[in-house]
Each structure stands twice: as structure tokens, then as C-alpha cells.
Design a protein around this ligand. Sequence first.
Ligand SMILES: Cc1cc2nc3c(=O)[nH]c(=O)nc-3n(C[C@H](O)[C@H](O)[C@H](O)COP(=O)(O)O)c2cc1C
Length: 212
Amino acid sequence: MNVLHVIANPRPAETSTSKKLAFEFFAALTEKNPDVVVNNIDLYQAKPPYVSAEALNYFWGPVANPSYIPTKAEETAANFSNNNAQTLMDADVLVLTMPVWLNSMPAILKAWLDQLLVPGKMFTFGAEGIVPTHHLRTVVLLVSSDQVYKEGDVRDGLTPAIRAIFAYIGVEDIQIAWADGQDASRHFDSNERREMAIEAAKEIAEDIAGLA
Ligand SMILES: Cc1cc2nc3c(=O)[nH]c(=O)nc-3n(C[C@H](O)[C@H](O)[C@H](O)COP(=O)(O)O)c2cc1C
């Protein structure tokens, strides 16, 4: 089983709750299933560019016109996508480690998704619409936030976006371990909340370890 771990958090591991969740998640996963192959991508070490007009032509040109031939500039604009899509296409499980920023995902993660969830990579178009061309079965969110709210709350703009984005390419199984209330100066129970999220992350890892 291939697990792709994408880290969308610039903070060092020592001070990051979401990275603590990730540490515990992968410790539990690899203990239960030592055969799992884990690829780590730190987006702050290899930043995805924003999608340009040339990249859009490269991705969507063939959809509108099957005999489309990209220009040199369009090909260059698609370099990030061309160089990075295969790792995601090969993954069975995608783990996204991130803080909540402005009620949603950090922009760097959205930029990465914009580059890779494009026609010709994660899907193509058939007569009936989207045809997935990946193996992804599950997306795991390891999330940390300061305020006390999580998925299901009206302030949560993160999980509805992730669910909609992955449903588009046929992935409905979204697992979430979310440590909220992490501002210890305002929430006396921030440690307990973190521990609960760590337990949730370990449970998800154990379930995933058992996947064929
Ligand atoms: C730019 C920015 C925006 C943030 N927006 C929110 C937010 O909308 N809701 C929230 O609960 N916390 C918000 N926070 C707080 C972080 O989510 C919180 O500190 C989180 O624990 C950081 O994760 P980490 O410890 O893994 O780095 C924000 C922090 C930053 C820096």
C-alpha cells in the first residue's frame, strides 16, 4: 500500500500540533503494517506555483480540442504538474497535515491541488463525465486549530472543500483527526483536545493499516 503524506505547514515539528498528529499517525501505521510505503512531501520545501493561463491551456486544451498541441511556454508552465502528479496517482491513501488558516486550508495546499487535480493526471473525461485515473481510496486530514470548532460547524470551510474536491475525482472516504482549541492561553483543555485528536489519528492509522 502506498501512502502519500503531504505537509502543508511551515512551522517546525516541535511547535506544531498537526505535525504531532502526523508523527503519531505514522508511528501507529508503520507499527501495525511495516510493509506500507510512505512518501513524504513538505510543500514548503518544494512550493507549487499558482496555475497560470499557459498551464490552464496545457491542462484543458486537449479536453476542448483533441488535436491541441501545447506551445513550449505552455509545456514549461505545466512542469510542476508533470513532475509531481505521478506520486499522487500512485497513492492508495493521501494524508494531509495542516493547520486551519482563515477557516480553510493553507493556500499552499490549494495551489498543490490546483496543479494536480487536472485532466490528463488524476482523471480524464469519458462519455459519462469524469473517469478517475488514480488509486486513491482514502484521504486523511490531520488538522490543528486554535478555536473550538471542527467539522460540521458552520465556521468550518476546510472539510466541506476537501470533501467536494475529492468527491469530484471519485474519492468519498475522508477521515479526520482534528485537534481544536489549541490556543492554550484561551482554552484550559487544549492538552486534552490534542490527546483526543492523537487517539483519533491512531485509530484511523490502525484501520488503514488493515486495508489490503
Ligand atoms: C494565518 C492564520 C490563520 C488562522 N486561522 C484560524 C482559523 O480560522 N480558525 C482557527 O481555529 N485557528 C486559526 N489559526 C490558528 C491555527 O490554526 C492554530 O494555531 C493551529 O494550531 C496551528 O497548527 P500547528 O500547531 O500544527 O502549526 C490561524 C493561524 C494563522 C497563522
